[in-house]
Design a protein around this ligand. Structure first.
Ligand SMILES: [Zn+2]
Length: 212
């Protein structure tokens, strides 16, 4: 089977598994992916992995586990865990006993890895749903600011990298057009620094109780 047929097959697999586990895009996050891991009997361990590796999938004698890089933010963590599910469903038998599949930038061009990315993307935010949301947003020109606004109201837990890839895939953004854009910074400029990241500079003033 050619690569595109292989990727389409993995998208179909992702939709099947979503249905099996009753996944709803807006509700799907780390809690549910952990529940799926439990149901599939895959252990999750956190490790200080090297920069180029996000996660490892291992299966030996029917004992399956994923080593997940420590300190990943929630969105890439979710993506990595779903990526590893593809190795569990499709690559487990081709891995010789005790062999390991390492996922990261270092082997990003390998169809087995691209397939896992395609699977994870379809699982977390199916292409059809994403396209419908993008059309509904009614954006004439996808600028970095428009992407930040879209992400604010986006029901799927996905990263900026994810959204940019989708826009490129749908032909709504030129490939590489947003390379180097610091979306998080831009987001803070537009919407303000999120509460959890603020330093409590004002706490002394409040404590003085000038208003109460
Ligand atoms: Zn992988």
């Amino acid at each position: 089977m050619g690569n595109s047929a292989y990727y389409e097959d993995l998208k179909a697999l992702a939709r099947d598994k979503r249905q099996l586990y009753g996944v709803q895009t807006a509700l799907f996050g780390l809690r549910q992916v952990r529940a799926i891991y439990k149901a599939e009997n895959i252990k999750i361990d956190t490790w200080p992995l090297p920069a180029s590796i996000k996660a490892l999938y291992m299966c030996d004698d029917g004992v399956c586990s994923v080593a997940l890089k420590r300190d990943l933010p929630d969105e890439p963590k979710l993506f990595a865990l779903v990526h590893e599910l593809k190795h569990h469903y499709r690559d487990r038998t081709s891995l010789a006993a005790g062999m390991i599949s390492a996922s990261g930038d270092w082997n990003a061009r390998d169809p087995i890895e691209i397939g896992a990315e395609v699977f994870a993307a379809e699982f977390i935010y199916p292409e059809a749903e994403c396209l419908a949301d993008i059309r509904a947003a009614n954006v004439q020109l996808w600028t970095a600011e428009a992407i930040v606004s879209f992400k604010q109201s986006c029901r799927a837990k996905v990263s900026y990298t994810f959204l940019v890839k989708r826009l490129e895939w749908f032909g709504l953004a030129e490939k590489g057009a947003f390379k180097g854009v610091q979306f998080k910074k831009l987001e803070e400029q537009i919407f303000g620094v999120p509460f959890y990241k603020r330093r409590f500079r004002h706490s002394t003033a409040t404590a003085r109780g000038s208003r109460q």
